[in-house]
Design a protein around this ligand. Structure first.
Ligand code: GRG
Length: 296
């Protein structure tokens, strides 16, 4: 098995164990809510955001136990967004990570509370664990995640997405939407992992931030291509939904060939912002490669 795959599998297992431990046990009251939280989070997903946090933590010389909490927090925010996005009031989907969506397996009210509770738990973790030697840096980390996931980040991007159904967007408008909806949390995952360490200066964090911005957008461009080209079984979620819902995407705006070219350009730009880092940034480079060549 190539070295990167070994690293990725080991860290996917690690985050699974961390999440299992941090999520409330299913026999703790309210049992149904806790069971549904565990159902939504555990045993699924590529764990791209935690892997990015682990990789940038390695680059910044962070203690792994600190990155564990950060990686868990970004995954909890991500899963909250998936659970809410799948609900009938938003994307109305029945399949996620190869199994029934949370509101189908449980019910809508429970799914709503699962998302709410995961979001709260993410911020609880970031505020109760010592993640940085400097308390004011830790406060900055909490704010970073709050902005990335709120109305000026992921939730705002989702609002823009819902409002754009059936409309023709310009390329800058589409980019704005995706930089917020998908890109903001990916970008935050890269920065938060690095901020668990203390070996990077502000200019280097700026380079990492640009890397995160590029791969965050590339992730969405590839997601649009996969929605158009891959099948439901491979994706573990319903394929072809963008076209069915008349959603503006990079594929609808540019066509598949140009969308793939754009992903390749973003990939290159992301890699070039890591040029000063040497081998300690190798996992981040490999994750950027994975994000662009992935098939699911
Ligand atoms: C409801 C506040 C709120 C936000 C929803 C991220 C999002 C915003 C909705 C998800 C819908 C979607 C399919 C977005 C496209 C990109 C994306 C986030 C795909 C899913 O992420 P992956 O591929 O999923 O990392 P896994 O299951 O591997 O974790």
């Amino acid at each position: 098995m190539p070295d990167f795959q070994k690293w990725a599998s080991a860290h996917q297992l690690r985050i699974e164990a961390v999440l299992k431990q941090l999520l409330p046990q299913a026999d703790l009251a309210p049992q149904r809510l806790h069971a549904a939280m565990r159902y939504a989070v555990l045993d699924g997903g590529k764990r791209v955001r935690p892997l990015l946090a682990f990789a940038s933590g390695e680059l910044a010389g962070a203690e792994l136990s600190r990155v564990d909490y950060t990686a868990a927090a970004v995954e909890m925010i991500h899963v909250y967004s998936l659970v809410h996005d799948d609900m009938p009031c938003m994307d109305d989907d029945v399949l996620r990570r190869g199994k029934p969506t949370c509101h189908v397996e449980y019910d809508e009210a429970t799914a709503l509370l699962v998302g709410d509770s995961l979001q709260s738990l993410a911020f609880q973790l970031l505020s109760e664990q010592a993640l940085s030697d400097n308390p004011s840096s830790q406060l900055q980390m909490i704010k970073l995640l709050a902005v990335a996931s709120g109305s000026r980040g992921m939730a705002g991007g989702q609002a823009f997405d819902l409002a754009s159904i059936g409309k023709q967007l310009s390329l800058p408008e589409l980019e704005f939407m995706h930089i917020h909806k998908t890109g903001a949390l990916i970008r935050a995952s890269v920065l938060l992992g690095a901020q668990c360490g203390n070996s990077l200066d502000a200019a280097q964090l700026g380079k990492l931030d640009h890397f995160g911005k590029c791969v965050g957008l590339a992730f969405q461009v590839v997601d649009d291509v996969l929605d158009a080209e891959a099948d439901t079984i491979t994706l573990g979620k319903t394929a072809g939904k963008d076209a069915d819902h008349n959603k503006p995407t990079y594929v609808s705006l540019l066509g598949v060939t140009q969308a793939k070219k754009m992903a390749a350009e973003l990939h290159e730009e992301g890699l070039s912002s890591l040029s000063e880092f040497g081998m300690q940034a190798q996992r981040l480079r490999e994750l950027a490669d994975f994000i662009v060549i992935r098939k699911y």
